[in-house]
Design a protein around this ligand. Sequence first.
Ligand SMILES: NC(=O)C1=CN([C@@H]2O[C@H](COP(=O)(O)OP(=O)(O)OC[C@H]3O[C@@H](n4cnc5c(N)ncnc54)[C@H](O)[C@@H]3O)[C@@H](O)[C@H]2O)C=CC1
Ligand SMILES: O=C(O)CCC(=O)C(=O)O
Length: 419
Amino acid sequence: MKNYNPYDNVLSVVKNAAEILGYSKSEYEAINYPERELKVYIPVIMDNGNVKVFEGYRVQHSTSRGPAKGGIRYHPSVNLDEVKALAAWMTFKCAVVNIPYGGGKGGVICDPSLLSDTELRRLTRRYTAMIAPLIGPDQDIPAPDVGTNANVMGWIMDTYSMLKGHCIPGVVTGKPIALGGALGRKEATGKGVAITALNTLDRLKIPAEECTAAIQGMGNVGSTTARLFYESSMKVTAVSDVSGGLYLEEGLDIPDIIRYLESGKKNMLCDYKKKNIRHISNQELLETEVTILVPAALENQINGQNADKIKARIILEAANGPTTIEADEILNQKGTVIVPDILANAGGVVVSYFEWVQNIQSVSWDEKEVNTHLEKVMNHAFRSVWDIAVEKQVTLRTGAYLIAVKRTVEAKKMRGIWP
Ligand SMILES: NC(=O)C1=CN([C@@H]2O[C@H](COP(=O)(O)OP(=O)(O)OC[C@H]3O[C@@H](n4cnc5c(N)ncnc54)[C@H](O)[C@@H]3O)[C@@H](O)[C@H]2O)C=CC1
Ligand SMILES: O=C(O)CCC(=O)C(=O)O
């Protein structure tokens, strides 16, 4: 695949929105850059006794509207430009759903599937200690992303609390429930994607029962999305993970596939065997004839090389940055409705916000309360984005950025960053 720099994607979308908003270059120049970038080299004693040094980052794009907020990614392809882009998307995501945060993101170049639990724990503790000067409940609050999960968040919370000498649950979200994690956080991103899907179908007057869907990535976000689509009577005809995909025209048995994936740490879809199911590549999955395509894996999956082959009527960006600028233009011309990442996948950070609110107030909400609030925030944000897109005759992505860039720039202005 051609090398696409996701930070170029951020700059291009911001420029377009800022120009429509009538901002001069000086007014929005600051949001073209992150506020802070920290690069760390993390020495870890491996199980064989040798020391291996891993490279990691924490980037704070903006703290204008509140503390930086955003996940930590463990993946071999992590790099600084990717983390910068992910941090900026967090700023605009928090702004579009109007929660009081800026944006940040972290990453470590590693393959967690090749590390033992003890190596992963040592890596996480050392990384936490090295980014500790930047993070904190009032400064920057990490959360899970690709390759990290509640256990990793628990180790971050413990390490940070040890350094400070007292228990600080609000330093991180997506924690185990026993450590103050929010009920519903694990499913929240997928739930937000499903809420957004139903809103989109409603606006386009397509009944859910007549809908087919393909989902790329069956991790935390993809598998919850697939389950909720299945439960809403949609026919999920294709799913994939890094090993490849599955296709069944009549619709896949999603609960069975999820049970299979959860029954073994190393279980991969390429080894899932059932009658009539066809094994397909990730490329074929993206090009499948479906109503909704949900990229829920990594950036740049939909690009200049495959955009004209995509047949889906709707693309719901569960992943961050799955569509390159080139692809966006091709798909917009074809009339594909793209629900942008900063809206479609915001359910995770919304419930992270609820977790942080509970932690700092030392209260706990039941799952119904979490989900009711999530639905309210997502529905409201969807309506605002849809309405502004219709009013200004722009795409949903531009509509979302018109709201997000305006809130971010106005916050900077009101804090007096401009003369
Ligand atoms: N976890 C969260 O709460 C949130 C995650 N996201 C975004 O959603 C996406 C997925 O994140 P998670 O589900 O948390 O990660 P995860 O680590 O739980 O799962 C990632 C999935 O993608 C698959 N995958 C990796 N490379 C692939 C490739 N080249 N082709 C096809 N599949 C591939 C993996 O096999 C796995 O099934 C990412 O873009 C992430 O930034 C966005 C908002 C919140
Ligand atoms: O829950 C959070 O704070 C952030 C999740 C995340 O990394 C994302 O939305 O991309």
